[in-house]
Design a protein. Structure first.
Length: 136
């Protein structure tokens, strides 16, 4: 989280783009390994496969912008159900800047956008609940 805000600093980048020092922690958030890349060629700190949409949801979406609104709702529902890797990612985002790496071609319709918004929303809920915790 940033020093001035309780909102985490979560950035997005295609896994095919060059790394930069400003990326800080680099987390691959795709369930499948990106095509055409060797693991040795990707600078990343973590690969959290289980934060990606379920295989059924990924297939249904098919990166079709016509499905975008419904995909966002369904994926948010999956994220809300949680798992160990989602909890780990939330913890990482609370501690430092992270860059979510994804392979999708479309920068406007991909799961990393939904995941970033989810991480920011979780932080907002946590900070507002901490702020009310001491008041009776």
């Amino acid at each position: 989280m940033t020093a001035q805000h309780d909102t985490p600093d979560v950035r997005l980048k295609r896994v095919y783009d060059a790394s930069a020092p400003s990326d800080d922690l680099r987390v691959l958030v795709d369930r499948l390994w990106p095509r055409g890349l060797h693991k040795a060629d990707v600078k990343m700190d973590f690969w959290l496969k289980d934060v990606a949409p379920s295989p059924d949801l990924r297939h249904w979406f098919g990166h079709d912008p016509a499905h975008w609104d419904e995909f966002r709702l369904r994926y948010r529902h999956e994220l809300s159900n949680g798992n160990a890797e989602i909890a780990r990612l939330v913890g990482l985002a609370e501690k430092s800047r992270i860059t979510l790496l994804y392979a999708a071609h479309d920068p406007l319709h991909n799961h990393a956008l939904v995941l970033r918004d989810f991480l920011c929303d979780v932080a907002t809920v946590k900070s507002s609940s901490h702020g009310r915790g001491d008041q009776s």
